[in-house]
Design a protein around this ligand. Sequence first.
Ligand code: ATP
Ligand code: MG
Length: 421
Amino acid sequence: MSDTIQAIRGMNDILPEHSPRWQHFEAVIRDWLAAYGYREIRTPIVEQSTLFKRAIGEVTDIVEKEMYAFEDVLNGEHLALRPEGTAACVRAVIQHNLLYNAPQRLWYAGPMFRHERPQKGRYRQFHQVGVEALGYAGPDIDAEHMVMTADLWRRLGLSDIVLELNTLGNAASRARHRARLITHFEAHQDQLDADAQRRLHSNPLRILDTKNPAMQALVESAPRLMDELDEAALKHFEAVQNLLRGNGIEYRINPRLVRGLDYYNYTVFEWVTDKLGAQGTVCAGGRYDSLIEQIGGKPAPACGYAMGVERLLALMDESGIAVPPASIDAYLVHQGDAATVFAWQVANSLRQAGLNVVLHCGGGGFKTQMKKADASGARFALIIGDDEAADASVTLKSLRETAEQARCSLAEVTAILQSRN
Ligand code: ATP
Ligand code: MG
């Protein structure tokens, strides 16, 4: 039917057959973050659009072209669906004064929204897990972020992800670099695409982040920020690398790594894979020492990163990592008034013993109900008729093995289901 309502382009349903992968991923994530002492923060999905403009930067892909910004028709407020999680996290930390006398190790997870061209690994609603350490100035926390991420890949069973590292230095170095970049790009005006033309004077560093293949040569020959770094930035970068080496983390320095958001300084990093085609960055982040002040808080250093859940799940699929579907221990088949009353009691009792039980609903004869039991994927069918109801027993039938049916007490059934879990 032509007027059937569909999901919005680039926004996906996660169907029951796929949700076990998500649940597995989320369970691993929670244990992993707890192991490093990070605590969860949950912020609203909608914020004032000014927050993102101020945090991410006016002259960025996200704010210029990708943000779902709209006016609240009821009161005229300018709002936006969050395109990333750091800005809201920092907003909440300032609003609730969380940095008052302690630094914070925080994480968040959930959907983010960017109006991009949908393709494999790039959606308009996608999911991130983000990690932020606020109030930490030293290179140790930068290194912790990369070391713990390497541990996550191990916990998920993923290999084939490479760490790329760079430093953006401090504001003075970037200002010197900026001037040299403008000179370089001005000398090759004719080779700049429309985006680059526009950014030449407003944000030339962003030009290095271009995805336009026609501009790669020009970007390759551009002056390097690395050559403008001062003593402190070099020392910080060296200390991060020493910690990485000390923890056996391999990395590759990529001087072209600038990141798509404006708020970074010093360390930036990306974890990339060549197994996912063009959308190969699965995790990215770095240090953002000026962001808290920029959003209106008392100046405090910080460092953080976010990973793309869809891309990581795709990589798990690609790598053949199987996630078992949710298990049902028993499907309860019942017929007759007394049997049905007893079946509800049996189901409740088994669930209280920690078992997963589906009670047949919708009536029908034993034969139809057994078909449903087979299709449910349960390990056992438990059959309750008038005979069973009369002596409070249950007939147990394996749906996986060709074993005889056995008439058991409720205690016996509970023990069997638990022992074969
Ligand atoms: P890209 O260069 O791929 O556009 P980005 O630099 O815009 O990425 P970040 O803002 O750093 O991405 O977000 C962190 C991670 O979130 C990315 O590394 C990626 O794994 C994931 N991600 C970003 N945008 C999308 C999207 N539209 N769809 C799916 N995942 C995304
Ligand atoms: Mg992007």
